[in-house]
Design a protein around this ligand. Structure first.
Ligand SMILES: Cc1cc2nc3c(=O)[nH]c(=O)nc-3n(C[C@H](O)[C@H](O)[C@H](O)COP(=O)(O)O)c2cc1C
Length: 356
C-alpha cells in the first residue's frame, strides 16, 4: 500500500503538529512562548487563519491511479520535493540554542527551501554554510547604506531569492507579549541587522526599519538581481501591482495574525489573488497551515506551495534539528497522503473543483 505508514517507533505523544505545539508550550518559558504563539489584539485573524481551512471540505476523485504520487512542484526553476515552504520567523534561538542553524539543517536534508529572517538570531553566512536551498527575508533598514549592505551580503552568500515583507511598516500590538513582559533574552541577538548597520549585536534590536515602504522599494530590491517575493499580499489589486512592479512571486499572508487584527484569513484571500495574478507568477500562501489536508485545499484553490511559520518553532522547541525534521516529515507525509486519498497523482491535477 502506498503512502503514509506511521512509524511504530515514533513518539505516541508527538503524532501531529498540534502535539508539537502542546509540548513546545510546556517547554518554552513564558516570554518567548507568548512571542511565538501570539497574534495581534483579539487574535481574530490568528484564529481565522485556522478556521478558514475548517470551513472548506475536499471533494475527492475516485478510480484514478494513485499508486505513485508525485507531490513535487517547481518554483523559480528549482524542484521542491513537497509544496512546502519554511517561512521566515525571527529569533529562533529563543526556541532552541541551535536556532536557525537547526532549521536550516533540517530543511536542507529534505531539499526544502528555508527563508532566513532579517530578524534572525543567526548570521546569514552561517546559515548559508549549511548549503541548503535558501531565501532571505527583507525588512529594509532605514539607513540607506545599511539597507544596501544587508542585501549585498544576502546575494554574496548564495541566497536564491529575496522575500520582501510588506505588512510590517510598524509592529502590531501583541497583548500576550505585554502580559508576559516579553523581552529578547540576553545572548540572543540580530546579527544580520548588526552586520549591515555596523553596530554591536547587542544594540541591533534598536536599529530602525523603514516606515515608508512603497512599490519603488520593490523595484529597488529587484535591482539586486534575485527574484523577489512580495509577502503580505491580501488584496487582489496589490497582487496585480506587485506583478507589475517586478515581483517574481507573491505570498498571501497576514503575518500569522500578528499585524492587523481583523485582516482577512490567508485562505479566504487566496482565490481573488490567484485570479488577479492570472498565472503570471507563483502564488504562495501561509497562515494556519497545520495539516496536509490544509495544504491540499490551498493548492486546489491556486497556491503553488504553502508556508509554515509556527510549526517549525514548535519542532525546534521540542527537539532542535530533529524536531524540525519530524514536523517537516509529518507534513510532507500528510500532503502525500492527502493527494492520494483525493485521487490525484500530482499537484498539477488539483483545481478549485476539489474544494467545497
Ligand atoms: C514568532 C514569529 C516570528 C515571525 N517573524 C517574521 C519575520 O521576521 N519576517 C517575516 O516576514 N515574517 C515573520 N513571521 C510571519 C511568518 O513568516 C508567517 O507569515 C506566519 O508565521 C505564517 O503563519 P503560521 O505561523 O500560522 O504558519 C513570524 C511569525 C511568527 C509566528
Amino acid at each position: 500500500m502506498a503512502g503514509f505508514q506511521p512509524d511504530p517507533s515514533s513518539d505516541p505523544n508527538l503524532v501531529n503538529v498540534f502535539d508539537y505545539e502542546r509540548v513546545a508550550a510546556e517547554r518554552l518559558v513564558a516570554g518567548p512562548l507568548a512571542y511565538f504563539a501570539g497574534g495581534a489584539l483579539d487574535e481574530r485573524t490568528l484564529n481565522d487563519n485556522r478556521a478558514a481551512f475548517g470551513r472548506r471540505r475536499i471533494v475527492p476523485r475516485i478510480m484514478t491511479d494513485v499508486s505513485a504520487v508525485d507531490p513535487s512542484v517547481t518554483v523559480f526553476g528549482r524542484r521542491w520535493p513537497f509544496p512546502l515552504w519554511v517561512c521566515p520567523t525571527a529569533l529562533q534561538r529563543m526556541a532552541h540554542p541551535d536556532g536557525e542553524l537547526a532549521t536550516a539543517r533540517a530543511a536542507a536534508a529534505r531539499g526544502l527551501t528555508m527563508t532566513l529572517s532579517t530578524s534572525a538570531s543567526t548570521d546569514l553566512a552561517d546559515v548559508a554554510a549549511v548549503g541548503g536551498p535558501r531565501w532571505y527575508q527583507v525588512y529594509l533598514l532605514r539607513d540607506q547604506g545599511a539597507r544596501r549592505a544587508m542585501l549585498e551580503r544576502a546575494v554574496a552568500h548564495g541566497y536564491e531569492a529575496l522575500v520582501l515583507t510588506a505588512d510590517l511598516q510598524r509592529l502590531g500590538r501583541r497583548e500576550r507579549d505585554i502580559r508576559a513582559s516579553f523581552l529578547i533574552p540576553e545572548g540572543v541577538h540580530l546579527p544580520n541587522v548588526a552586520a549591515a548597520a555596523g553596530v554591536d549585536p547587542a544594540e541591533a534590536a534598536s536599529v530602525p526599519f523603514v516606515e515608508r515602504l512603497t512599490w519603488d522599494d520593490l523595484e529597488w530590491v529587484a535591482g539586486f538581481g534575485l527574484p523577489v517575493i512580495v509577502k503580505g499580499v491580501l488584496h487582489p489589486d496589490d497582487a496585480a501591482l506587485a506583478v507589475e512592479h517586478g515581483a517574481a512571486a507573491v505570498a498571501v499572508s497576514n503575518h500569522g495574525g500578528r499585524q492587523l487584527d481583523g485582516a482577512i484569513a490567508s485562505l479566504d484571500a487566496l482565490p481573488a489573488v490567484v485570479d488577479a495574478v492570472g498565472g503570471r507568477v507563483p502564488v504562495l500562501l501561509d497562515g494556519g497551515v497545520r495539516r496536509g489536508t490544509d495544504a491540499l485545499i490551498a493548492l486546489a484553490l491556486g497556491a503553488t506551495a504553502v508556508g509554515i511559520g509556527r510549526p517549525v518553532l514548535w519542532g525546534l522547541a521540542c527537539d532542535g534539528e530533529a524536531g524540525v525534521g519530524r514536523v517537516l516529515d509529518l507534513l510532507s507525509a500528510e500532503i502525500e497522503q492527502a493527494l492520494a486519498l483525493a485521487g490525484v497523482a500530482n499537484v498539477g491535477e488539483l483545481s478549485p473543483a476539489f474544494v467545497a
